[in-house]
Design a protein around this ligand. Structure first.
Ligand code: GFB
Length: 385
């Protein structure tokens, strides 16, 4: 009798995890490059890659950096986004759920191999997983803290080059599955995202499955309703912090920079990046704003920025039109993004992947957007080859 009870209760606990198991395997990765915009670009690529290989994508936490804190922080994926919406496209699972429910069965500690394209240098000579092999998957920040968060240590490395991630390219998915069948490799755990930056053109559309969760949506809607004057509003992104000023210095030597393909095209068919495109001067910002305020009969401007929101400059310039420039009281990048996506018109920075996130979200809803200094301040691209 006791045995029967044990079997029944055991089955009750066992069956749900079994049911959740994916015999096609899993893709896991550390979003170890850059801040939110970079990670979001990588996420769309990883989603396309997991779909191509027909493996469940494990949703990693977002990696964040807070001033004064030496180590990176990890914020669960669903703190910002709606997991059920992603499931409409492909099988996904929160990384926290994977480690709570499945990891011991599917990915025992002695089988944890990290994947990298080629050997990676140990960043500071320290690797909290010294047996982990040439990928050095835990070397440096945010690599070490990321895997430590899930108590993962690697027992080896697998370099997968020359295989690549472009599953829209003939046979690539088949090559991965031939080389790494799920029966032998249930989890492909990547040292960095299995995706290029900026997001590949074919994966931009996947943004339609990346929806804010109810909490963020509610905050964005309440801000628009309670803080902005009634009527149409323009959302603008001013990327002008000191890191950006330095990055823009490289624009003269590069025809593309960061997210610039979103306006210049993936082959520079719409021109080459310029300093104005990257760091628009105040005069360009005010004159473009004037045009869109008039066109949309806007009553206010919502400004998101990492540094200078130009609130008094905008208020002064549009005093006669009774336009109010508004910003959030506290630094909240995700809420900034969600509010920008709801504006009647958005003007973003073409070079910034933070702006690119807003543009993609608006494109899938069918809302209009434009960019500072584009197309007025870009030169045609001449391919010298
Ligand atoms: O998102 P992100 O990769 O975009 O990095 P870029 C910029 C970060 O700056 C964001 C903050 O993740 C935010 O934390 N930030 C930028 C903002 N704009 C805003 C804003 O309007 N509101 C708030 N609250 N925060 C590039 C990187 O940044 O910057 C490159 O992609 C490189 O890797 C370069 O680091 C210098 O593409 O704009």
């Amino acid at each position: 009798m006791a045995l029967l009870w044990l079997l029944t209760v055991g089955a009750l606990f066992f069956v749900p995890s079994m049911a959740a198991m994916d015999s096609n395997g899993y893709i896991m990765y550390c979003p170890c490059m850059g801040r939110f915009g970079n990670q979001a670009d990588h996420f769309l690529g990883a989603l396309g890659f997991a779909k191509g290989l027909n493996r469940t994508l494990i949703l990693p936490p977002w990696i964040e950096y807070r001033r004064g804190q030496p180590s990176s922080l990890q914020v669960p994926f669903n703190s910002y986004f709606n997991v059920a919406e992603l499931e409409k496209y492909h099988r996904v699972m929160l990384m926290e759920d994977f480690f709570d429910n499945l990891s011991e069965t599917i990915w025992p500690t002695e089988e944890r191999i990290s994947f990298c394209y080629a050997a990676r240098q140990s960043l500071n000579g320290q690797d909290t997983s010294p047996r982990g092999g040439v990928c050095h998957a835990k070397s440096g920040n945010p690599f070490g803290p990321f895997w430590d968060n899930f108590k993962v240590n690697f027992v080896g490395s697998e370099t997968y080059g020359p295989l690549h991630y472009d599953v829209h390219f003939t046979n690539v998915a088949r090559d991965w599955n031939d080389k790494y069948p799920a029966s032998e490799w249930p989890v492909l755990a990547f040292t960095g995202a299995p995706a290029p930056y900026p997001v590949q053109k074919e994966n931009v559309i996947l943004h339609k499955y990346l929806k804010w969760n109810d909490n963020i949506l509610l905050q964005a809607e309440e801000f628009v309703k309670d803080q902005l004057p009634p009527g149409p509003f323009i959302g603008i992104h001013l990327r002008n912090g000191v890191d950006w000023q330095r990055a823009c210095e490289h624009v003269s030597s590069a025809s593309t920079l960061f997210a610039s393909a979103q306006c210049l095209g993936y082959r520079n068919e719409n021109g080459r990046a310029s300093i104005e495109l990257c760091m628009p001067p105040d005069e360009i910002i005010i004159s473009q704003l004037k045009r869109v305020i008039t066109k949309y009969k806007a009553k206010s401007v919502f400004v998101a920025s990492d540094h200078d929101h130009m609130i008094s400059r905008i208020n002064k310039s549009f005093r006669k039109l009774d336009i109010k420039a508004m910003k959030l009281d506290v630094d909240n990048p995700h809420l900034d993004l969600a509010i920008l996506a709801r504006a009647n018109h958005f003007v973003g920075n073409c070079v910034s992947s933070f702006s690119a996130f807003v543009k993609r979200e608006r494109d899938v809803i069918g809302f209009p957007s434009s960019f500072w200094a584009f197309p007025s301040h870009v030169k045609p691209y001449h391919n010298e080859l």
